[in-house]
Design a protein around this ligand. Sequence first.
Ligand code: ZN
Length: 148
Amino acid sequence: MPADLCPIRRFVRCRGIVCSLETLQDGFLSGKSNTEIGRQIQEAYGIEKRHAQFIARDQTAKLNADLTQSQQTDAGGSEYIWSDAGDNRVRPRHEQLNGKRFKWSEPPIVDENTGRRCHPGEDYNCRCVALPVFNIENLELPWEKSEN
Ligand SMILES: [Zn+2]
């Protein structure tokens, strides 16, 4: 996995705190739990535990979403199906997107008031995921396609 997972986002601003993404990515890439990452953030920035844990949880989810996108697009997938967590904590708008198909190059509108767009898992505390959609014709497979 590349260290420059998301080169544009070097820092995250969250409730007035600017965190280096490296702290988050290092923890994430070395398989630390959200609690451990939160503790690191708390120590590094001298902020409240609750706040640090929130940043850890939220940013880990965003890194997971970035990773899903990289994995699917690297594998030749250009689209996905939005899949929500299926419980009563799902945002109404995300519930509307559930089961629908979107392009990685064109995230759907998640906020109809502002027109803000994002992929599953990128919204604050969002637990939605992107189920991969592959077009068999465009896939580069390590084996020959069957004739039937
Ligand atoms: Zn969601």
